[in-house]
Design a protein around this ligand. Structure first.
Ligand code: ADP
Length: 626
């Protein structure tokens, strides 16, 4: 039953510890949870064995110590027991040697009886024996130290006592018995009295009281008893065990006991003790049985044994304590193992993490070196491409410039060609004055062409020319005149809304270039129109002059508008357009500090608007966003 009281708190403590460890977050991964559980499982399975081992070792240790102590006490009590008897051993002999005693047995007389009675009383008082008395050869007590007491032995015959018969037979005798006269137990020692002539006269007896020994044992709180040859307890620290037999008595034994009246007046009962191995189960005062380890030693009296009982209960308690200590140590060790394991696991994890980090770092460094090398390679490559690009750009710019020049010179050259043809005809007719006018125009165009060729700055985007002045209205008239031949060929209806004079901050050549490009494009756009129309409108607007050229041609889509002013953007057939006219116009207008924009007219056709600052009042504000 006690095991339940041990097992339950241990299990509770164990499980509590387990939960605490779990809560302490010693477990991080599923794997470590399983490992931990395995350790706990093994620990749990080994725990009962450890507890049993601890308990067993504790029990044996306590038992060894208790038995050692029991043996020491046993020896002490045995020697005190022997001493208590031995100190009287001489006394029967001494009494038997006394001349008066011999004489009394030989020739009894009243005076001698009195004298010997007194002698025996003195002897008893001096020796502190219980009683001293003398029997004749028939076993009749003639004299006794208790001759004066009512329970005197005098006159009683103790022939049935073995100490008498033994003494008569062998010269000496001893016997433990309960007094038939007094009812008091005692140890009887006898000596045969022999006359000078050697005849058996009787027996001198000394009764020793051994009861005080029990008081000593009781006082020490120890369980001690003496058993005789019949395994009957004669003396005991526990009164309830006294005169009870350990082993069942045979009929022969019972017959002997009846004959020698050893336990006269006492009912002998079995003790009810049971023994298993070296453990003796004895009845206790509470009616229960208590278990003892039985240690015994043989006494000098034949068949007598002195027993010392060691209670088993404290041994079990010590075993339990040992098991508890083992349990605590076990749990501590298990926790220490887990803690150390966890610590090493974390240390390992830290080392691994560091290794991983180092490896990562190395990889990164390698990558950086690799990328740097690659970057360097690419930079070199890029620089090479850049150099090539610059070269290409230079060539492209050169190409644009060449194409631009060719584009811009195309119209005046055509005009020159037309004028030259007209001039030739006029000279042939003899209309020299008119021919001269034509030649003037050719000269003007030639000088314009030389202006255009000198306009390389269009491509280098120089700052706008300052202090320039041009009459925009006059330039419109000039360009229309230059394109007159084509206008008439196409049958285009030109609607003009232009003031007489519109001074802008620009030079004639650039304005003419812009006008030639815009009007030529408009004429191109209306080439397939049944009723081709062109409206030119010049009005004052926002500190400058705004020119609007509207046509009723094809117009352009929103997508086209985005690319109109880009170089080489053209929707015209190959050979008809280079896509440079609007690009050049844009550059020229920018140079002059003006703005240009295009839109598709809702009624169809295109609208180009050019704004240039007026010379009357300077302003940086632009009429339109380019
Ligand atoms: P090019 O006339 O050589 O093609 P431009 O730069 O002068 O080059 O014109 C670019 C394009 O703009 C033209 O191809 C044409 O599609 C479009 N464009 C210019 N003016 C007009 C216009 N008045 N109507 C319709 N489209 C035009």
């Amino acid at each position: 039953m006690w095991i339940r009281f041990v097992y339950q708190p241990i299990t509770a403590l164990y499980y509590g510890l387990y939960l605490q460890l779990l809560e302490n977050d010693m477990i991080k991964t599923k794997r470590s949870v399983w490992e931990l559980r395995r350790i706990w499982l093994i620990g749990f399975m080994l725990l009962p064995f450890s507890l049993l081992l601890g308990g067993w070792l504790g029990f044996n240790h306590a038992k060894e110590k208790a038995l050692q102590q029991a043996d020491e006490r046993l020896n002490l009590y045995a020697s005190s027991f022997e001493g208590a008897i031995n100190r009287y051993e001489y006394l029967p002999w001494l009494v038997a040697q006394t001349p008066d005693v011999r004489r009394l047995l030989d020739e009894a007389s009243d005076s001698l009886v009195n004298r010997v009675n007194q002698f025996l009383l003195n002897t008893r008082n001096t020796s502190m024996a219980d009683e001293v008395y003398l029997m004749d050869s028939s076993g009749l007590t003639l004299v006794s130290s208790n001759f004066q007491t009512p329970e005197t032995f005098v006159g009683n015959n103790y022939q049935f006592r073995p100490y008498f018969s033994d003494a008569m037979r062998t010269g000496r005798g001893e016997f433990f018995a309960i007094g038939t006269t007094t009812g008091l137990p005692g140890y009887f020692m006898s000596e045969q009295v022999i006359s000078q002539q050697g005849t058996d006269l009787g027996v001198a007896v000394v009764k020793v009281n051994l009861e005080p020994l029990q008081a000593d044992w009781q006082l020490a709180g120890e369980k001690v008893f003496v058993s005789d040859t019949n395994r009957i307890i004669l003396l005991s620290s526990h009164p309830e065990w006294k005169y009870r037999y350990l082993n069942p008595l045979s009929d022969q034994q019972l017959d002997d006991l009846r004959r020698n009246r050893q336990f006269d007046g006492v009912e002998l009962t079995p003790l009810g003790a049971s023994s298993r191995a070296d453990v003796l189960n004895m009845p206790s005062t509470e009616g229960e049985t208590a278990s003892y380890l039985n240690r015994s030693v043989e006494l000098s009296r034949p068949g007598w044994r002195l027993h010392y009982l060691v209670s088993v209960e404290p041994l079990y308690q010590f075993a339990l304590l040992s098991a508890a200590v083992v349990f605590i140590l076990y749990i501590l060790a298990l926790t220490a193992i887990l803690w150390m394991r966890e610590r090493s696991r974390r240390a390992m994890a830290a080392v691994k993490a560091e290794q991983r980090l180092r490896a990562l770092n190395d990889t990164l460094e390698d990558q950086v070196i690799e990328r740097t090398a690659e970057l360097q390679k690419r930079t070199t490559e890029l620089e090479r491409i850049q150099r090539e690009l610059v070269q290409s750009e230079k060539l492209a710019a050169l190409g644009i410039m060449a194409a631009g020049l060719s584009h811009e010179l195309n119209q005046p050259l055509t005009a020159v060609k037309t004028y030259a043809a007209s001039g030739k005809k006029l000279i042939a007719k003899g209309a020299l004055e008119q021919a001269e006018t034509i030649l003037d125009k050719i000269m003007t165009l030639t000088s314009r062409m030389s202006d255009i060729t000198s306009q390389l700055k269009v491509f280098v985007r120089q700052a706008p020319a300052q202090h320039l002045k041009a009459d925009w209205s006059a330039r419109i008239t000039f360009v229309l005149d230059m394109l007159e031949h084509r206008i008439q060929q196409q049958g285009v209806d030109i609607k003009m809304d232009v003031p007489i004079k519109a001074m802008v901050r620009a030079d004639d050549a650039r304005i003419e270039q812009v006008l030639v490009n815009l009007i030529s494009n408009a004429l191109d756009a209306v080439v397939d129109c049944p009723i081709p129309e062109l409206a030119i409108n010049l009005h004052h607007h926002n500190q400058g002059w705004c020119l609007q050229i509207k046509d009723n041609g094809s117009g352009f889509s929103n997508d086209e508008i985005k690319h109109l002013f880009e170089p080489f953007y053209s929707t015209k057939k190959v050979g008809q357009g280079m896509g440079l006219g609007l690009f050049i116009c844009y550059g020229l207008i920018q140079d002059l500090g003006g703005s240009i924009r295009a839109e598709s007219r809702p009624s169809g056709g295109a609208l180009f608007e050019v704004w240039l600052p007026s010379t009357e009042e300077r302003t940086d504000e632009k009429a339109y966003a380019a």
